[in-house]
Design a protein around this ligand. Structure first.
Ligand code: NAP
Length: 289
């Protein structure tokens, strides 16, 4: 099976290169060999490779920067997924795309399910929602996996930042009013491989949008606490106190939802694939980056 992978050097893409290789030949592309804004070249590559599966792990993920780079964010997150859906239809290829909890405004006060009303607060969230809509509007067979708070240790993430801050500062102030599901990029990559392992004929029956994230949820403060606790090189830490802060204490260009944790039960019951507890996945991530 030919698998065309976009965003191959990102947090998720890096892990997908490893986990998807058991299912076929991977054709990896990233900004270094193909800028997705060059849509003509993107179409040409897709036609030249002629994949059975297109996996889109690429995204413009700079949430704050997106507020001032609106066009770019909408191009990569909104338009390109539509182009993938269009090309996938022509080739009868299956499309796997990822989206975000930031399509919600966080006002529900409970776990979000797939059919909940979206209302993104930021340009990033709006552009990702546009991407979801473009894929759904197409005629390709697809899965959209909406996920949350993705981290890895091979690229800058909340986890790498907390570890870095802890080595430089004695006091860390972390927001306690933002809550969601920390999700290890490898978990998402494993889940994607398990999906492909079910065979494309079987996936076609279950096309649609699913929530997929680490099991359970936490505030950023609780997440940071756990990161520090599980740090295998704890002796390098300078930090003496971890204090709660409010989102409003750290004004940022983009507004983020406060409670955007995802309910993943539809995914579990449809595909019978387990999602590890976020704390267990974090423990593993800290042991083997
Ligand atoms: N990170 C999170 O907390 C989070 C949360 C919820 C959902 N998600 C979603 O999960 C998926 C994977 O996210 P991730 O964390 O793995 O993202 P990531 O690490 O930022 O990776 C995205 C990749 O896309 C590439 N890219 C961006 N613009 C491009 C362009 N114009 N042409 C070609 N490549 C381009 C990036 O290249 P560069 O090297 O230039 O960056 C990067 O390698 C995305 O759909 C994201 O929206 C992420």
């Amino acid at each position: 099976m030919k698998i065309l992978l976009f965003g191959a050097m990102g947090q998720l893409g890096t892990q997908l290169q490893r986990t998807l290789s058991q299912h076929g030949e991977i054709f990896p592309f990233d900004i270094h060999n193909l800028n997705l804004e060059n849509t003509g070249a993107v179409r040409e590559i897709i036609r030249r490779v002629g994949p059975e599966v297109i996996v889109n792990a690429s995204a413009y993920t700079f949430v704050d920067q997106a507020e001032s780079e609106v066009e770019k964010a909408f191009m990569v997150n909104g338009n390109i997924p539509g182009l993938f859906a269009d090309e996938a239809t022509k080739l009868n290829a299956f499309l796997i795309h990822y989206s975000t909890d930031y399509v919600f405004d966080g006002s529900k006060g409970a776990l979000y399910v797939e059919r909940d009303q979206t209302n993104p607060l930021s340009v990033y969230g709006k552009s990702k929602l546009a991407g979801e809509e473009a894929v759904r509007a197409g005629k390709a067979n697809y899965l959209i996996l909406r996920t949350s708070w993705v981290y890895s240790r091979n690229r800058s993430s909340f986890v790498t930042k907390v570890l870095e801050w802890a080595r430089k500062q004695e006091t860390l102030r972390i927001v306690s009013d933002q809550v969601s599901n920390p999700t290890w990029a490898r978990t998402l990559a494993d889940v994607t491989a398990q999906l492909l392992g079910k065979g494309l004929d079987s996936l076609v029956e279950y096309c649609g949008l699913y929530h997929v994230a680490g099991d359970g949820y936490a505030s950023r403060l609780e997440w940071a606490q756990k990161i520090l606790e599980l740090d295998p090189n704890e002796q390098e830490q300078k930090v003496k106190e971890l204090l709660p802060a409010l989102t409003s204490d750290f004004p940022t260009p983009a507004q983020r939802p406060l409670f955007s944790a995802l309910d993943c039960s539809l995914f579990r019951s449809t595909f019978d694939i387990a999602l590890p507890k976020w704390e267990d996945a974090l423990q593993q991530a800290m042991m083997e980056p």
